[in-house]
Design a protein around this ligand. Structure first.
Ligand SMILES: [Zn+2]
Length: 347
């Protein structure tokens, strides 16, 4: 039995009636202290106990717009406890009344969100990217190259013999690094983006005439091609656009609606044309290329040389470089040297 003093409002006038309330676990018996009004019995199921939001007054909503207000918060809490009501709001109240706990919970929440954004989203994006079927990847890549051809690229003017030789070398290279995709190498002239290469998620790699002209020998170009092949192998293009499109795309992909990837496909040309890969992906691709070069016995010097030359040369072109931008090139060259230095000496 819970008893407490309260003030009753009938919901029609502003008049306050002092009342005493008795709760027996099922029914609230409300009795006026002055005279007999009000005298009513209301089942607890028909009442709503308003959430305890920091105030010192608790109110119980009664049917028909009437309500009881009381300063006896303990009695109301005991009522709630007895009926198992407002569990959620009690937690809010509990947190409110213990701000350290609340602050701790908030910090925990922020940490969770940060962990999800930093590790969860990339992890799930990777999972989703690997689930995209080749036909869809092909279709997205075809659209992207069409758009890039329209905006930045012109037909190649390279000697056909030179093209044939590079394609042959690229076939060996791509087969060695990754057998999963149907790799093809195409050339374009690009006065806008200059010496460049980029890979579409389908395995189509585009290299500019300007890059071919800049290279001192084919090994330099093969290093770049190994780097681009690694972007395809590791699904960097798809992963980037999924990561950047937000949680909703991720959810629909993981829920099985793989075709929803096409809604994000429009961002592919921009990603490729503005070196939109994360540092992490670039480092990963550099590592694959470095290991390939070392395996071939060529070392990473040709790769370093072409990166540095592209960076120097880029000043002449209006577009951003996909391959090398100033502050990063030094770090990348250092990384390549580190990989080579960490290798056991070849005999
Ligand atoms: Zn890259």
């Amino acid at each position: 039995m819970i008893e407490f003093k309260a003030v009753y409002f009938n919901g029609k006038t502003s008049r306050a009636y002092p009342v005493s309330v008795v709760f027996d676990g099922g029914t609230l018996r409300i009795r006026g202290s002055e005279g007999d009004h009000p005298a009513l019995d209301v089942h607890i199921e028909d009442c709503t106990i308003a959430p305890p939001l920091g105030g010192t007054v608790r109110s119980i909503k009664l049917p028909g717009g009437a309500q009881c207000e009381t300063t006896d918060t303990e009695a109301v809490s005991a009522m709630e406890h007895l009926t198992g009501r407002n569990t959620g709001m009690r937690l809010v109240h509990f947190l409110e009344s213990r701000w350290k706990t609340a602050a701790g919970a908030l910090a925990g929440l922020v940490l969770c969100v940060w962990l999800f954004a930093t590790y969860g989203i990339p992890f799930l994006a990777r999972k989703a990217a690997y689930a995209v079927p080749p036909e869809l990847t092909e279709q997205m890549s075809r659209q992207a190259i069409k758009m890039l051809d329209r905006r930045f690229l012109k037909p190649s003017e390279l000697d056909p013999g030179r093209i044939r030789k590079l394609r042959e070398e690229f076939q060996h290279l791509s087969r060695e690094i990754d057998a999963d995709f149907n790799y093809r190498l195409e050339f374009r002239k690009s006065p806008h983006i200059g010496p460049n290469a980029f890979a579409l998620p389908s395995g189509l790699v585009i290299m500019t005439d300007e890059l071919v002209d800049l290279a001192a020998d084919d090994r330099e170009l093969l290093a770049i091609l190994a780097h681009e092949t690694a972007h395809v192998k590791k699904r960097h293009g798809l992963r980037s656009i999924i990561q950047n499109s937000g949680v909703f795309l991720l959810i629909s992909l993981l829920a099985g609606d793989i075709t929803s990837i096409t809604s994000a496909a429009a961002s592919l040309p921009a990603l490729l044309a503005q070196s939109g890969y994360s540092r992490k992906f670039e480092t990963e691709a550099d590592r694959v290329a470095a290991l390939y070069m070392i395996r071939k016995g060529w070392g990473t010097k040709p790769f370093q040389a072409i990166l540095l030359r592209i960076t120097r040369d880029m000043a002449d072109y209006p577009g951003e470089s996909l391959l090398a931008s100033h502050p990063l090139t030094d770090q990348r060259v250092r990384h390549l040297r580190e990989i080579e230095a960490s290798m056991p000496e070849a005999e």
